[in-house]
Structures are given as structure tokens and as C-alpha cells.
Design a protein around this ligand. Structure first.
Ligand code: OSB
Ligand code: MG
Length: 374
């Protein structure tokens, strides 16, 4: 498989409504897309970082720089036998997992097209209909959150996750639990608490939550092990886990009982596949996290979610929850049972709407084998 060209674009897309987490609110997304041409096949990937370095250290602009200065020039013109060889070629670049993931995943898409296989089959996935949950942003008041939950349940979603932060936690979760005593409910704090808050976090045990996601510092596995020893609710790590070594450390320290895998955060399909396998052999369930992706990132999330370790509903939901016009067709739809049927055509299984992508593009750059960069 020869990498003939790598094209980067930044597209701008506006979410249907603002999404608030403990670290801020976003509505206008600046997304970097990667298009790789290999043996004539065109593969697409999405860089899933935010616009600001608040979820992790990466941003739209850091990803653009790393890809432009270090990744694209190093890869273009190379011949690989599989996309799974990419991490070794990029291992000299520390961190910047989301930037690297955009290129690696594009190459997986290209490889699956070259081989005439659906991407999920090339990855080794076996689940043909994946279970879906939703992640709900922080709301003004408990009543409006309850209303929103009820709408999502009517659409069929199998698990509801509530974003929380200090001051917008106990009361909000309590209101939702009271109205819906039986549903699978979880919370995500995005690192908004410290070990000083143990008493409050312990009180959340009474709501029988499926999990509490990343309550403490984004880079502190050890602190989570201290918290997990004091609360009944299963901790799920998100921000802390960038690779399989981190996952194994967290498991050994008993810092969590569940792990959320995001393709970007773990640098792409190759590492995600290793991680879910390692978790599975330790009896740790995993699920696919979301980063408010466009259809391209969403299609990759769907393919990853077919791997055997993904035993809990992910934050992978319908395109229409995010966008008026998604950039793929068909758009991602969820069945009344709260599942997504995995497409069985070669590659991602969704076509990229090139005209729309063109319209949304605000900058681009291309590296072509044998030609000096622009
Ligand atoms: O922590 O899972 C998270 C969105 C942006 C950054 C971090 C997170 C999220 C979400 C949204 O929870 C998931 C989605 O619907 O894409
Ligand atoms: Mg999270």
C-alpha cells in the first residue's frame, strides 16, 4: 500500500445546540479532516480534538501543526503492508494522539477499500448492531434536564449519561433518577472534582449509577484508585487513558472498573483494538466515547464498536442529534431499540459528501509523493 497523497482540511460546522461540560461550552466546531490516497483508494479520517486545550492538551491548531510539520511529510511516498504499521512509524512523535489518529484511521479506511472489506471486518469486529447511549450537556436546571432525558429515552437510547460539575451535580442526578428509577444512568465530570470532594461523590452512590466517568484530574490514575476504594459506584476512566499501558496500570491499581475508549485519545484503531482486547482479558468492560464528531469520526466509532470488548452502550448516537447536515450519506440513524446497524459495504460504509465538505472547508494543504510541499 503506497501512500500517494495526504490532504488536510479544516472544516467549520455548527452544532444544533451548544454543548456544556465542566470545562466549557462549544457550539462552533473547527474540525480537521484527513484524506489519504493509497493505491488509488481514498480513505478519510477525522482529528477529534477540541478547539481549546480543555479536554486534553490538543487543539485544532496543534493538530494542524503536528500533522503539517511532522506527520504528513514523513509518511507521504512510503509503502506499508498495513495501516497497523503506522504507529511504529510515528512513535518518535510524543503525545498528539488525536493528530496521529486522523491519519492512521484514514489509512485503515483506504486499506479496507483496497481489500474490498467493510472496515469493521478488517478490524476483526463481530458485533453487527451496536448499542447506543447519549451524553447530555449540563443544563440550566434539573427540570429541563429531566425533559431532555425523557425525549432521548423516547428515541430508544439504552443509556443516559449526564455531564456534571460542582454545583450542578447531586440535585440534577437526583431529579433524573427520581423520574426514571430503572434506566441505565451514568455521570461524567471531566475532571471537575478532587479527593477533597469524596463526601459528595460518595452521596452519588445512592443513585445506583452504571458508572462515574473521570471525576478527578485528567492525568491522575493514582488519585482515582484512592477514590474507587471509597465509593461503590464504578469509576470509568476517560481522559487518563492514552494507551494500553495506561489501561493496564489503571486496572492493576484498581483505579476504575470500566474504561471509555476514544479513537483519537488512544491514537487510532491499532491501539484501540489492543486496548479493548487487554481490557477484555482482565474482565474490564469498555465502550466507545464520543467527541462531537462529524459523520467521518462517527463512522470510525461505529466500526470500532463492533470489537468484542465493547460490551456497554457507547456515546455514539444519530447524526441528527448534532448536525442539520452531516457530511456523510446515509447519515447515521438509530433504530427504535437504540442501536446502529453496522454497514456491510467496503470501507467506512458511508459515502463522504464531497460537495458539502468543499463548502465547509476554510483551509487545506496537500502533500503528494515525489512533489515538494506547497
Ligand atoms: O468526556 O466524553 C466526554 C464531548 C467532548 C469532550 C469530551 C466528552 C464529550 C462527550 C460528548 O461526552 C459525546 C458525544 O456525544 O460525542
Ligand atoms: Mg468523558
Amino acid at each position: 500500500m503506497k501512500i500517494e497523497s495526504i490532504e488536510l482540511r479544516e472544516i467549520h460546522m455548527r452544532l444544533k445546540s451548544p454543548f456544556e461540560t465542566s470545562f466549557g461550552t462549544v457550539q462552533d466546531r473547527r474540525i480537521v479532516l484527513v484524506e489519504v490516497v493509497a493505491n488509488g483508494a481514498r480513505g478519510w479520517g477525522e482529528v477529534t480534538c477540541g478547539e481549546t486545550p480543555s479536554y486534553n492538551a490538543e487543539t485544532t491548531d496543534t493538530a494542524w501543526q503536528i500533522l503539517s510539520d511532522f506527520v504528513a511529510p514523513n509518511l507521504v511516498g512510503r509503502t506499508l503492508s498495513a495501516a497497523s504499521e503506522l504507529p511504529a512509524l510515528l512513535s518518535h512523535i510524543r503525545g498528539h494522539e488525536m493528530a496521529k489518529s486522523g491519519v492512521e484511521n484514514a489509512l485503515w479506511d483506504a486499506e479496507s477499500q483496497i481489500k474490498g472489506l467493510p472496515l469493521y471486518k478488517l478490524l476483526g469486529g463481530t458485533i453487527e448492531e451496536i448499542a447506543c447511549g447519549v451524553s447530555l450537556g449540563i443544563r440550566e436546571n434539573p427540570a429541563s434536564l429531566v425533559k431532555r432525558v425523557s425525549e432521548e429515552l423516547q428515541s430508544g437510547y439504552q443509556r443516559i449519561k449526564l455531564k456534571i460539575k460542582p454545583g450542578k451535580d447531586y440535585e440534577f442526578v437526583s431529579a433524573v433518577r427520581k423520574e426514571f428509577p430503572q434506566i441505565r444512568l451514568s455521570v461524567d465530570a471531566n475532571s471537575a472534582y478532587t479527593l477533597e470532594d469524596v463526601a459528595l461523590l460518595k452521596r452519588l452512590d445512592e443513585f445506583d449509577l452504571l458508572m462515574m466517568e473521570q471525576p478527578l484530574n485528567w492525568d491522575d490514575i493514582y488519585a482515582h484508585s484512592k477514590l474507587q476504594a471509597q465509593i461503590k459506584t464504578a469509576i470509568c476512566l476517560d481522559e487518563c487513558i492514552h494507551n494500553t499501558r495506561h489501561a493496564l496500570t489503571a486496572i492493576e491499581l484498581k483505579a476504575c472498573r470500566i474504561i471509555n475508549i476514544k479513537l483519537g485519545r488512544v491514537s487510532g484503531h491499532t491501539e484501540a483494538r489492543l486496548m479493548q482486547d487487554a481490557c477484555r482479558s482482565h474482565g474490564i468492560p469498555v465502550w466507545c466515547g464520543g467527541m462531537l464528531e462529524s459523520g467521518i469520526g462517527r463512522a470510525h466509532n461505529i466500526a470500532m464498536s463492533t470489537l468484542a470488548g465493547f460490551s456497554l452502550p457507547g456515546d455514539v448516537s444519530a447524526s441528527e442529534r448534532y448536525w442539520n447536515d452531516d457530511i456523510i450519506s446515509p447519515v447515521v440513524e438509530v433504530t427504535p431499540k437504540g442501536t446502529i446497524k453496522v454497514p456491510n459495504t467496503p470501507g467506512l460504509g458511508y459515502a463522504v459528501n464531497r460537495d458539502l465538505v468543499e463548502k465547509l472547508t476554510v483551509r487545506r494543504n496537500i502533500w503528494i509523493a515525489g512533489r515538494a510541499a506547497k
